[in-house]
Design a protein around this ligand. Structure first.
Ligand code: FES
Length: 487
């Protein structure tokens, strides 16, 4: 399903890698993190090429809600408590600098991308612990020098028990920005990287020999070294773009600020192009067997604004780390010339820019005072333990399910327009039955590391609960870390 962003811009296609070449830096991935890294490296005089498997911005960048904020959920109070005030300061500083760097790049390159200054607010509708957490977050943010304040009054059309608002934040059209930021860079599209060994980046179209290799491809596809598959899973969330305007529209509402609900059923809201972007209904990738997420989101919208109309719907996929912080910096101790930018949680805009700044500085040998908090080589047992256990259990359970569990139904029982893990010709298979009864049969074994895939009825895709790879109903890969489609 196409997002508002993809429907309102076209980006000219670029050529694929023409053959073997040498360069100083090779960036794998032409999303926001990859393009920004290449942009900053080029500004520093580092010869850089970007290798994109599909089209630039064709991954998660096109599905974001594009909020440029240093407010990343309830993070600062937790960071100060679990990692110490210095780490919280580094994280806050990196986020604020990232917003400033967006301003600079947009101005310097004259990028017309609907960049709009705005405040960003976390809110809760519950009393008690959530309200207290918001108050503590406001205090910690202020102590870190962020212009923030606690309030119980917002422009939202429902009562809140509290909100923390950060000022001087922004939002934009992510693909308009990406298009402008990529101007003049050497970017090869339709060039899938198959493997990386030392300084050799092998693609289906030739090999790039690079002194520095940057993995900015959402989820790193190299399993060892790095072991990112043991440290991250993915989450999906859903967005509706709602038309609130028009004569007689009851309850029409377009916020000036950006909002993110911290309650379990919290909604995300911002306006764009005269539409309200309403997000929510998140879940771990591969755990949406029942479906109906868009429907639930629309029901909630209609309860608030009975006459709103859906114009676009899409979903986003985010890499979640064990301790809630991104991995930005050296890929592993064994690979001194490799760098990684991943695990941005739900905050891809500022973390992409923070990653570009940290990795640029590492490559040109400049000290970056904010880099330590993002180091992929950090060890944070207290902050990671709970998530490590639950993540590990997921992987063990999903790997075991492939081997031991029988199919859930027979192919004949599958209604038209539905998919599922069923028995097909005596074997377990993933089957999608089109409205006309035509069957699409695939293996339910994820090509990444073998977990059993699950059908996602909202997206008509096969999703992996272990690390979040996704495939369309014909088996074509949509999201990594898997590098190939399913059979
Ligand atoms: Fe890792 Fe599927 S994404 S096993």
């Amino acid at each position: 399903m196409n997002s508002l962003w993809t429907e309102t811009i076209s980006i000219p296609e670029r050529e694929a890698l023409p053959g073997d070449m040498k360069t100083e830096a090779a960036v794998i991935g032409g999303g926001l993190a990859g393009i920004l890294t290449a942009r900053l490296l080029s500004e520093s005089g580092v010869r850089t090429v970007v290798l994109e498997a599909d089209r630039i911005g064709g991954g998660q960048t096109k599905n974001t809600t594009a909020k440029i904020t240093s407010q990343h959920g309830l993070i600062y109070d937790r960071l100060a408590e679990q990692f110490g005030m210095e780490a919280a300061e580094q994280y806050a500083s990196a986020g604020e600098k990232a917003i400033g760097e967006y301003r600079r790049v947009i101005k310097e390159y004259g990028i017309d991308c609907h960049f709009t200054e705005s405040s960003a607010c976390l809110y809760s509708c519950r009393k008690g612990k959530a309200q207290e957490a918001l108050m503590r977050e406001a205090e910690t943010a202020q102590a870190l020098g962020i212009p923030a304040g606690f309030t119980t009054k917002t422009e939202l059309p429902f009562p809140v028990t509290g909100a923390v608002c950060f000022h001087g934040q922004a939002h934009f059209h992510p693909l308009e920005f990406l298009k402008g930021a990529a101007e003049g860079l050497t970017v090869y599209e339709n060039t899938l990287v198959l493997s990386v060994e030392g300084s050799q980046v092998r693609t289906g179209r030739g090999t790039v020999s690079a002194e520095h290799v940057v993995f900015a491809c959402h989820y790193p596809f190299v399993n060892v070294p790095g072991y990112y598959f043991m440290r991250m899973y993915q989450e999906r969330s859903y967005v509706l773009a709602l038309d609130m305007e028009g004569p007689g529209r009851r309850g029409a509402f377009l916020p000036e600020g950006m909002y993110y609900g911290v309650d379990r059923d919290g909604l995300s809201l911002r306006s764009a192009a005269g539409l309200l972007l309403l997000g929510g209904e998140g879940h771990r990738t591969g755990e949406n067997r029942e479906g109906g997420r868009y429907g639930k989101l629309l029901e909630r919208a209609k309860a608030l604004w009975p006459d709103c109309r859906e114009r676009f719907r899409w979903s986003a996929q985010d890499c979640m780390t064990l301790d809630g912080l991104p991995y930005i910096g050296r890929f592993s101790a064994k690979t001194p010339n490799w760098y990684v930018a991943t695990g941005f949680q739900k905050w891809g805009m500022t973390n992409s820019m923070a990653a570009a700044m940290v990795i640029r500085d590492a490559i040109i040998g400049k000290e970056n005072p904010d880099a330590a908090v993002f180091s992929p080589e950090r060890f944070t047992p207290a902050a990671s333990a709970k998530n490590f256990v639950s993540g590990g259990l997921h992987s063990v359970r999903d790997l075991a399910r492939e081997v031991f569990m029988p199919p859930r139904a027979m192919t004949e029982e599958l209604p038209c327009g539905h998919g599922g893990v069923v028995e097909f010709e005596g074997k377990k298979a993933g089957v999608y039955k089109e409205e006309n009864g035509e069957l699409h049969v695939v293996s339910v074994r994820c090509p990444h590391m073998g977990c059993q895939l699950e059908w996602n009825p909202d997206e008509k895709s096969w999703d992996c609960p272990c690390h979040g790879s996704r495939f369309d109903y014909t088996g074509k890969r949509i999201d990594n870390p898997a590098q190939e489609g399913i059979k």
